[in-house]
Design a protein around this ligand. Structure first.
Ligand code: ADP
Ligand code: MG
Length: 415
């Protein structure tokens, strides 16, 4: 793709440079404030290590939560991230507050964490003045935060335009390569699974996927909307009555290039949304009034496994049932197992989808797991991600060379 990558820059050119890495450290915490999962921190290590080993002075920042600008609370501090990163790297990682004016020190081979960038006034508005101020302390800007690439914020967009040189880090690059491979030149048939609970936001994705995929596998609230559009009774199921025409339009668009929709033929229904609800397995034409579809049935599990076994590429977002409750987990378990067993190149993303993948123990058998939720979906939709657009704009050959001047003007000359 047409953007500069960190790996394109010779390590010798990084030595002594001030490198600003925009990471995604938006990590989960337990109720008592301890870090509960460090996956996102570990995912950023390759980029950080490459810069440190090349002898650069490294500054890393991220957003965390949704703080009010200018009024960070203790719970929104990156302090626990700095502590964990120091353990992982085996070197000190000081946390710097009020950093936008550059009044802090970081030496070549050293690293600091710059406190939650969403605390800076102007971050969310993508303020070019804030970007210009930060750019003064930066020789090379690295975006390694794919998970937030769909946001137009200062450290993701304006700063990429303002910094002397801007490139994508290894995590960002890996995400884009994997997604690009799945969508640009997919091994056919290409099957996309779009399921879960967000019906209206995901329907816009279906419209653009309809032109690209051979099989559109639908589950959850989206499947219910399509079933209703075909005239099936969906009872009290999660669905979107206003979008029946939109659902029919997606089916027509698929049919134009001989694509097909996969919908369940049998479903598990419940009399209420609860783990101990009364349940039945029924044909989709026989959903009782007032009952709700909470999973796919056994015939559907088999036919879904068959479709996925024959696919060349699988893109998966969304569980096909309320898998958090054991009574409605069989469909998503079968789906996960089928994706894992399929010879297809498989790629998955989405917060709850990743939770399902972890729960069913198939992490190692998915070819690529995207760290992005919203960014993954917008990429699938074919939208230009603002952070990526900024990197592309900087990919002109003229901006590819790092300035040769020594970066630390007050540094002693090398002996
Ligand atoms: P992701 O986070 O992977 O993008 P979503 O947030 O769209 O996925 O959807 C996940 C949620 O969808 C899960 O919490 C699951 O319980 C719910 N879900 C799946 N099928 C149904 C259904 N038939 N009815 C109601 N909720 C469903
Ligand atoms: Mg979700």
């Amino acid at each position: 793709m047409d953007f500069l990558r960190l790996s394109d820059i010779p390590a010798a050119d990084l030595a002594g440079k001030r490198i600003f890495i925009r990471a995604d450290f938006n990590v989960p915490f337990t109720a008592d404030g301890a870090l509960s999962d460090d996956t996102r921190i570990r995912a950023t290590l390759p980029g950080i290590r490459a810069c440190l080993e090349a002898g650069a002075a490294v500054m890393v920042t991220s957003h965390l939560g949704r703080p009010q600008e200018g009024a960070l609370t203790a719970a929104e501090s990156l302090a626990p991230v700095a502590t964990r990163l120091a353990e992982l790297l085996g070197q000190p990682v000081p946390l710097v507050h009020n950093w936008t004016d550059g009044s802090f020190d970081v030496v070549p081979g050293g690293i600091v964490i710059l406190e939650n960038c969403r605390g800076n006034p102007g971050e969310k508005a993508d303020d070019p003045a804030l970007a210009a101020r930060i750019a003064r302390i930066v020789d090379l800007y690295v975006n390694d935060a794919f998970g937030t690439a769909h946001r137009r914020e200062c450290t993701l967009h304006a700063l990429a335009l303002a910094a002397p040189v801007a490139c994508a880090g290894p995590l960002m690059t890996a995400e884009l390569d994997a997604l690009g491979r799945a969508l640009a030149r997919p091994a056919r048939p290409l099957a996309a699974i779009v399921a879960g609970s967000k019906v209206s936001t995901k329907l816009t994705i279906l419209e653009s996927l309809a032109d690209k995929v051979d099989v559109l596998v639908l589950g959850g609230g989206i499947a219910n909307t399509f079933l209703a559009a075909r005239g099936c009774p969906v009872g009290a199921s999660l669905h979107e009555p206003d979008l029946l025409d939109a659902a029919r339009a997606v089916e027509r668009r698929l049919a134009e290039h001989a694509g097909v929709v996969w919908l369940p033929e049998d479903v598990v229904v419940a009399d209420r949304f609860a783990p101990d609800a009364l349940t039945r397995t029924v044909h989709v034409d026989d959903v009782p009034e007032g009952w709700m579809i909470l999973d796919i049935g056994p015939d559907s599990r088999d036919s879904l496994a068959d479709v996925l076994h024959r696919a060349g590429t699988i893109v998966w977002n969304g569980p096909v049932g309320v898998f958090e409750m054991d009574a409605f987990a069989a469909g998503t378990r079968a789906l996960a197992t089928a994706v894992a067993a399929s010879p297809a190149y498989s790629i998955a993303g989405g917060g709850d989808t990743l939770a399902a993948i972890a729960r069913f123990g198939i992490t190692e058998r998915i070819d690529y797991i995207s760290t992005g939720g919203g960014a993954f979906l917008e990429f699938l939709e074919g939208r230009e991600l603002p952070a990526l657009a900024a990197l592309r704009a900087r990919a002109r050959p003229a901006s590819r060379r790092l300035p040769p001047k020594p970066v630390f003007e007050n540094e002693p000359e090398p002996a």
